[in-house]
Design a protein around this ligand. Structure first.
Ligand code: DX5
Ligand code: ZN
Length: 215
């Protein structure tokens, strides 16, 4: 079954409650993009916004950390209500396995993220330990970018490796430029969690866009 995770980066921050209710009613997860202005050249939002969403959320919070030193902040995001936390392999490197464990010890599902220029093989040693994998289909940092088609083969490669190590049930999340036009292709390749910002919140009918991605 596929899960749809609207990215709140594209929500209307002056009417956030309305968009939170949309996710509660029609989607599966809240995707929360945390950017630090150092790992990525952009700054999004922080704890006050995450905590405000958590108070109204009836679906799990999926926190995507685009920050250096994710290990310093995972505990606070867990306390703020995260059910899923992912961090970038490019930011954590050798420390990735320990950070996955740190997240899991907090009772939170732990995911590793890779940007489009990171060879998928780099994270193969971590696949026995992850709760999910997030494959970026744009370079992390901004909403509203164009989907990179090569991402489909990257999803396929990770799915194949998960099958090979006997972990076919590990979810693969895909993030960046996802919408009704490419949802079927990424699902066919093995993605099971679809992040979508612009294609949901900028749509005339967000509920219909979510339904179309579910298929
Ligand atoms: C990009 C973020 C994405 C982004 C997705 O750095 O990780 O989650 O908000 O937005 P769209 O769906 O508009 O590409
Ligand atoms: Zn994201």
């Amino acid at each position: 079954m596929v899960q749809i995770a609207p990215s709140m980066l594209a929500a209307d921050f002056l009417h956030l409650e309305k968009d939170v209710e949309l996710v509660n009613e029609f989607a599966d997860l809240f995707h929360l993009d945390i950017m630090d202005g150092t790992f990525v050249p952009n700054i999004s939002y922080g704890f006050p916004v995450v905590e405000a969403i958590a108070r109204k959320a009836r679906k799990p919070l999926d926190v995507h950390l685009m920050i250096v030193h994710p290990e310093k902040y995972v505990e606070r995001f867990a306390k703020a209500g995260a059910a899923y936390i992912s961090f970038h392999y490019e930011a954590a490197g050798e420390a990735s396995a320990d950070i996955l464990q740190q997240i899991q010890a907090l009772g939170v599902k732990a995911g590793i993220v890779i940007n489009p220029d990171c060879p998928v093989e780099k994270i193969f040693p971590l696949l026995p330990k992850v709760d999910f994998v997030l494959i970026m289909s744009v370079f992390a940092g901004f909403g509203g970018q164009k989907f990179i088609p090569e991402s489909i083969d990257r999803v396929r490669a990770v799915r194949k490796q998960l099958d090979a190590i006997g972990r076919p049930d590990v979810p693969i999340e895909i993030d960046g430029g996802i919408g009704p036009a490419n949802a079927a292709a990424v699902k066919e390749a093995g993605a099971t969690m679809l992040v979508a910002g612009s294609s949901v919140f900028k749509a005339d009918n967000p509920a219909a866009a979510i339904r179309a991605m579910r298929g």
